[in-house]
Ligand binder design. Structure first.
Ligand code: ZN
Length: 490
């Protein structure tokens, strides 16, 4: 490989060569979902972006410890440490235990991620399971002098921190701007300044999720969990911290401040942020009526959707844009992605049927080189896809006899397609499961059709029809040809 992996670091605002602190190990922390509602389109992009990074780093030979958390406590309705806990609120509305809400939506999230081909992270810690670590970290920040206790709550002293370190370095803000942009306190607050943020909140009498602490019965501030859990599983310094751009301020900024206040230095070397998805040019939001859950997307049941889009169509659609560009969702764009994915998968199928020749007319190593160049250029999945389409064209020409490959090159080409399309981009062939997710279905259907072919030779028509009809009933269509039959999933 000629090129080295370069990633855009939000912290330094420039692309930087990626070198792990402790090779071959890579520590990566990504902010996961707050589990109080159905997973939606906005969850798909960070999950897929960091899944591809996880897969690519693994394919380069790194041993990646990928930690993606589940927020099940402490995320309040707004970012100013006010309002109800999002999970408590849902629990109150639905008359459930908060942990029932968290469990239910965690399962829904896992199911949707599975459908999207997103691999499970190495560790998926829950905030509620790490209260002890969070209390210890709050204490450490208090001991270092960067927090104060007020009426049973603990707040981060942004001004004091800013004098020694710089608060706002990730989002590119300075304290004066933050002060100018923040509201006056209403006199009810325990904070000294509105831009101070909660490390620990004293629970009001009606607040259900509460734990004892040296300061009060209460709960941790939202930003605390990520600092505590990343330190626990990846150490005080680790390689990559990721998340959506919407988390950069205040969430990630506060994480940096907490870690720096506690240990004297920043936690992550690379901060990587994916851009947002817009819907017909608008930000997605419940109030705008354009909020689409992944289930609605997969079933087509939403007024904005012209049809259902399969999970792989959604994945392909997201991969067609660079993760740092905005991505506008529309029926036209999704339909185009569906067509593109189909063309790619047909190319994979054609490749599997190509016969070797005495000589190769195209240099297969170019595919490998272009793939690495594109991925090493800050994970340019659109470039990878464009290269794949160039090769689909070459494969189609080979099927028409205009290009040829030796047996060795053909094997190499197949291995490269497997690596790029399935292992790194994480796509699955939803139509032809023999190459994709379900390894058992294809051989079982083939076996049934072999039995049916035998019955056909013996002119046992009832058996033939029964097998065809029963397969059709479960969505597998058998198409008879003169010399055998094909099948596909409808
Ligand atoms: Zn986080």
């Amino acid at each position: 490989m000629d090129t080295k992996l370069v990633l855009y670091n939000t912290l330094t605002r420039r692309p930087e060569p990626f070198e792990p602190l402790n090779p071959p190990h890579v520590g990566m922390y990504v902010c996961g979902p707050t589990v109080y509602g159905d997973p939606h389109l906005g969850h798909a992009r960070p999950a897929i972006t960091f899944d591809v990074l996880f897969r690519y780093l693994t394919s380069l030979g790194y041993k990646v410890r990928y930690v993606r958390n589940i927020t099940d406590v402490g995320h309040l309705e707004n970012d100013a440490d006010e309002g109800e806990d999002k999970i408590s609120k849902k629990a109150r509305l639905e008359q459930l235990e908060p942990m029932e809400v968290a469990h239910y939506y965690t399962e829904r999230y896992h199911k949707a991620m599975d459908a999207l081909g997103v691999l499970s992270p190495s560790i998926e810690p829950q905030a509620s399971g790490h209260i002890i670590e969070q209390i210890a970290l709050v204490q450490k920040i208090l001991d270092a002098g960067f927090a104060y206790v007020s009426n049973g709550s603990v707040y981060f002293d942004v001004e004091k921190y800013d004098k020694k370190f710089h608060y706002g370095k990730l989002s590119g803000r300075n304290l004066e701007e933050i002060v100018a942009g923040s509201r006056e306190l209403d006199g009810q607050s325990d904070k000294r300044h509105s831009y101070d943020f909660a490390l620990w909140k004293k629970a009001s009498p009606e607040h259900i999720m509460r734990w004892p602490s040296p300061w009060s019965d209460g709960f941790p501030g939202w930003h605390m969990e990520c600092s505590a859990m990343s330190t626990k599983y990846l150490g005080e310094q680790f390689d990559i911290h990721g998340g959506g751009m919407d988390l950069m301020f205040p969430h990630h900024e506060c994480e940096i401040a907490q870690s720096t206040a506690a240990s004297g230095h920043d936690s992550a070397r690379f901060w990587i942020h994916n851009n947002m998805i817009t819907i017909n040019g608008q930000k997605m939001g419940k109030s705008l009526g354009n909020f689409i859950t992944l289930e609605e997307l997969f079933t087509g049941k939403h007024k904005l959707l012209a049809q259902a889009y399969s999970p792989m169509t959604v994945r392909f659609f997201i991969l067609q844009a660079h993760y740092r560009s905005t991505l506008d969702f529309s029926n036209e764009a999704l339909a185009a992605a569906e067509k593109g994915l189909d063309r790619l998968m047909k190319g994979v199928e054609t490749l599997s049927k190509l016969q070797p020749a005495d000589q190769s007319t195209v240099d297969v190593s170019q595919l490998e080189q272009h793939f690495h160049e594109a991925m090493n250029d800050d994970l340019s999945t659109p470039m990878v896809i464009s290269t794949l389409f160039d090769w689909v064209r070459i494969i189609n020409q080979a099927a028409a006899g205009q290009q040829s490959f030796t047996a060795t090159d053909l094997d190499r080409l197949k291995a490269l397609f497997q690596q790029i399309v399935f292992d790194v981009l994480g796509l699955k062939d939803e139509k032809n499961v023999s190459t994709g997710g379900n390894d058992l279905l294809a051989p079982v259907v083939d076996l049934l059709l072999e039995i049916r072919a035998g019955a056909r030779e013996r002119k046992e028509w009832a058996t033939c029809d029964a097998i065809r009809d029963r397969l059709a009933a479960i969505g597998i269509r058998v198409k008879d040809r003169k010399d055998g039959c094909d099948w596909e999933i409808e």
